[in-house]
Design a protein around this ligand. Structure first.
Ligand code: FAD
Ligand code: NAD
Length: 471
């Protein structure tokens, strides 16, 4: 039986990086806040089956790959190197568990009430939480929907979680597969494809478009593809999947080049479906609150992240925009501050994207194609990592930095990096662009030597007046 209704200033449904960060900010702003999560651990996709576990496996597999491929160049000889997959997965699970517990601790510390169970709208001001053992009714002045997303698995892929899998299952494979077909050359396909390719799996990526990472800078995409080919990944660009059939022991994938009849077949241990994610609103009872989803399943929001029902906000993967943890976090802070009467701001153009392959691929701002489309005149400065002393010292010589600046004003409009530690390097460019700095601003800043960051300075020099020094 339901207990009496508990009243809150703010009820948040979903504890991913959008929801839990919104809860923290709301608590800082003195709101009585409740957070609802249907799983027994907090942190959502990102902490449980996304960013954190994938990065743990990316790091472990990169250590193995380096030990196998380049330690001997450094004068380190190892004998009998082998992958211990169960240990790799165990370590990943420990990292996930520690991180999720960290969120639980933060909720307690900030006096956020956490309710474990399925959240659904009773009406526009009431949310029911159906837990394993009991139900709760929460009354709310304001509500934030932060229910995230799920992998897109169209019926034709025959997703069975055993041989036809998504990232969620791929993160728990305990026996190293001999062969894996990855459908989709996007972020998940390339990151998880890298994990298995580094450990020795034969990885085939089938991508519908004529490039990996469509929409990102083509020069950088090509450079990354070159590196991944060296790793042994086989790419089938401009190909679509016709049929996926699995047995207990393997999976057969039939695919063909776009607009051509001749089909190819691959038999593999797994077929990883990574063709995008879709917003998740199942069982939320949106209709009880007077809400509906758009044609892509997203909850529509205005510039303030308010839904059609003013006091109900929605953030993160369940609304428009990039499906990124840090975008969800920014929106969590935004929504909490807006509810508290503040005037927050998010510049969506300055939310960086990172692909955690090796080399990493990081970008912020606009691409050349986007600028062309907007009719903006621009100039480009490029610098290859191989010309850096730091890169030669470490042996990480692949990749380049590309800086795009306004032709007249020199304002930095886009930065695209493929290279060692690009994920961390991009933060400087975000800062410069946030202050509307110029390529010359970056070029005149002192960058420590020897660092990978010097490649950013050199690319900025190249963009300024073709003044790169070390090339
Ligand atoms: P989610 O993290 O999806 O959280 C939503 C939560 O709501 C879930 O816990 C869900 O159980 C809960 N929920 C849903 N409905 C209900 C309900 N009715 N009642 C109660 N609870 C409910 N992004 C990055 O920026 N960097 C990365 O490196 C990165 N790596 C990724 C790797 C993988 C393999 C995947 C799959 C994703 C990755 N992402 C990454 C994307 C990132 O995980 C998402 O963008 C982010 O988690 C979105 O946050 P969110 O809060 O909107 O939703
Ligand atoms: P994605 O949108 O990045 O890539 C999907 C790819 O699949 C695209 O290249 C698309 O052209 C291709 N595709 C679509 N349908 C296809 C088909 N039928 N056959 C062949 N190819 C097809 O999606 P994803 O890799 O599944 O990732 C989902 C989301 O998770 C992304 O929005 C991403 O932002 C987020 N994510 C982010 C990170 C990160 O920030 N490092 C890591 C993992 C996931």
């Amino acid at each position: 039986m339901s207990k009496p209704k508990k009243e809150y200033d703010l009820v948040i449904i979903g504890s991913g990086p959008g929801g839990y960060v919104a809860a923290l900010r709301a608590a800082q702003l003195n709101m009585k806040t409740a957070l609802i999560e249907k799983y027994p651990t907090l942190g959502g996709t990102c902490l449980n089956v996304g960013c954190i576990p994938s990065k743990a496996l990316l790091d472990s597999s990169e250590h193995y790959h380096k030990a196998a491929e380049s330690f001997s160049d450094h004068g380190i000889d190892l004998k009998q190197l082998k992958v211990n997959m169960p240990q790799m997965i165990k370590r990943k699970d420990e990292v996930v568990s520690q991180t999720c517990k960290g969120v639980e601790f933060l909720m307690k510390k900030n006096k956020v009430d956490v309710f474990y169970g399925w959240g659904s709208f009773v009406d526009a001001h009431t949310v029911k939480v159906k837990g394993d053992k009991e139900e709760a009714l929460l009354g709310a002045k304001k509500i934030i929907i932060a229910t995230g997303s799920k992998p897109n698995t169209p019926p034709s892929f025959n997703y069975d979680k055993k041989r036809v899998i998504t990232s969620t299952e791929a993160l728990n494979i305990e026996k190293l597969p001999a062969k894996m077909v990855v459908v989709g050359g996007g972020v998940i396909g390339l990151e998880l494809g890298s994990v298995f390719a580094r450990l020795g799996t034969e990885v085939h990526v089938i991508e519908y478009m004529d490039t990996i990472l469509p929409g990102m800078d083509p020069d950088c995409s090509k450079e990354l593809m070159k590196s991944m080919k060296k790793l042994g990944v086989k790419f089938h660009l401009s190909h679509g999947v016709n049929k996926v059939e699995s047995t207990a022991r393997n999976v057969k994938v039939e695919f063909s080049e776009k607009d051509k009849d001749k089909a190819q077949k691959l038999t593999a241990d797994y077929c990883l479906v990574s063709i995008g994610r879709k917003p998740y609103t199942e069982g939320l009872g949106l209709e009880n609150a007077g809400l509906k989803t758009d044609d892509r399943g997203r909850i529509s929001v205005n510039e303030y992240l308010q839904t059609e029902v003013e006091h109900i906000y929605a953030i993160g993967d369940v609304v428009r925009g990039a499906m990124l943890a840090h975008k969800a976090e920014e929106e969590g802070v935004f929504a909490a501050e807006k509810i508290a009467g503040q005037k927050p701001h998010i510049d969506y153009n300055l939310i960086p994207s990172v692909v955690y392959t090796w080399p990493e691929f990081a970008a912020v701002g606009e691409t050349e194609d986007q600028l062309k489309e907007r009719g903006i005149e621009y100039k480009v400065g490029k610098f290859p990592f191989k010309a850096l002393g730091r890169s030669r010292a470490s042996g990480d010589t692949e990749g380049l930095v590309k800086i795009i600046a306004d032709k007249k004003t020199d304002e930095v409009l886009g930065v695209h990096i493929v290279g060692a530690r690009a994920a961390d390097l991009i933060a400087q460019s975000v800062a410069v662009m946030e202050y509307r700095g110029s390529a010359e601003d970056i070029a005149r800043m002192s960058h420590a030597h020897p660092t990978y960051a010097e490649a950013v300075k050199e690319a900025a020099l190249a963009a300024t007046e073709n003044r790169a020094l070390h090339i």
